[in-house]
Design a protein around this ligand. Sequence first.
Ligand code: ZN
Ligand code: MN
Length: 257
Amino acid sequence: MSSLSWTTYQERLRDERLVLFLPCGALEQHGPHLPLGTDTLLSMAIAQSVAEQVNGLVAPVINYGYKSQPKSGGGQYFPGTTSLDGQSLSHITRDVIREFARHGVKHLVVVDGHYENQWFLTEGIDLALREIGPSSRLRIMRLEYWDFCTEETLSRVFPDGFPGFALEHAAVIETSLMLHYYPNLVHLDRIPVDDAAVFPPYDLYPPCIHWVPSSGVLSSAKAASAEKGAVIAQQVTESIAKAVVHEFMSEKLNDGG
Ligand code: ZN
Ligand code: MN
């Protein structure tokens, strides 16, 4: 979207079926081997891959996210992790959606690449829809891309058993996807050898820094590979594209559904 002129953008919007994608990431430590922008870069890459499959358009990414939590992103103690208050993220989301609605966008997909964002994106979507009112034809899908991984993909990527998404921060899935989309930004020789983190079933405030491995990686990324990244990227983007077509482009829309 940012590389189009306003007139070209307006022409693209004349197609009633145009789908706009809003990637949302974070600036957050991802271990010594992945860049701070990992969640931003992956949400952009996945949004772009899906957009290509449905002739969609990608809006500029929201590249700061909600505060990193110890049990999902290592927490706020690491240099580089740079986060927004929840209300700020909700308001940024609300503001850009209100603008998209004003342009006449009818289909928006919010592609989240940072776990901690999800309820603040949800809040921003709700505030925007409340503000633009029920007469608007804007419909919005919000998703976390990893939720689209099928059992089959997980068993191919984790032949010894999937440890669960909770410990996947800077681990096999993100490292493999980064090797697939941005191989030059990954430092395989710096993957740490820490044991997987073990967390109690509660949180503490202020957070307990010793819960988190000092590398910031929550489980080993040693088994990551570009081939696994390609498997995940292909299956996930195809599944997201299928959901977008199902919700936004199937015949039921023609009768105002
Ligand atoms: Zn991440
Ligand atoms: Mn994250």
